[in-house]
Design a protein around this ligand. Sequence first.
Ligand SMILES: Nc1nc2c(ncn2[C@@H]2O[C@H](COP(=O)(O)OP(=O)(O)OP(=O)(O)O)[C@@H](O)[C@H]2O)c(=O)[nH]1
Ligand SMILES: [Mg+2]
Length: 141
Amino acid sequence: MQEGADPASVAYESVIRALKEEVDVLFVDTAGRLHNKVNLMNELTKIKRVMGKVLENAPHEVMLVLDGSTGQNAFEQARQFTAATEVNSLTVTKLDGSAKGGVVLGISDQFTIPVRFIGLGEGIEDLRVFDKEAFVDALFD
Ligand SMILES: Nc1nc2c(ncn2[C@@H]2O[C@H](COP(=O)(O)OP(=O)(O)OP(=O)(O)O)[C@@H](O)[C@H]2O)c(=O)[nH]1
Ligand SMILES: [Mg+2]
């Protein structure tokens, strides 16, 4: 669709096309947003709702990606987003090169939603499957 098109209609049309072309996986990567921007939070709800109209239960997973370098702020964002919209998994990025690694332990402890991936750098290979025990072990290496 054209630049500037309504994100919900882009998502809606994408599901239709994914079904038509029989693709296995459709990723809908939304633009970043602040949890205190009500209209943008409502937009997320709408994106989810219209996708479900085309394909029952879609989207099958909603992942929230948090910037771990913001420390407590990431924690607060996780709290606000999971309260505002249904989130099934978490990814915490930028845990490299800072002393903020602990935030992911707090998040995975406090939320029932699983942390699936963590980001330890800019390369694709730096996106790792999160294993809480291995992560704790590495902290003491
Ligand atoms: N050091 C480091 N950099 C990262 C990590 N994850 C992402 N980045 C960098 O952070 C910048 C922003 O990443 P994006 O993937 O564009 O972030 P985004 O959340 O999609 O941003 P918007 O779509 O604008 O909301 C890029 O330069 C990435 O390379 C990480 O785990 N560690
Ligand atoms: Mg992005």
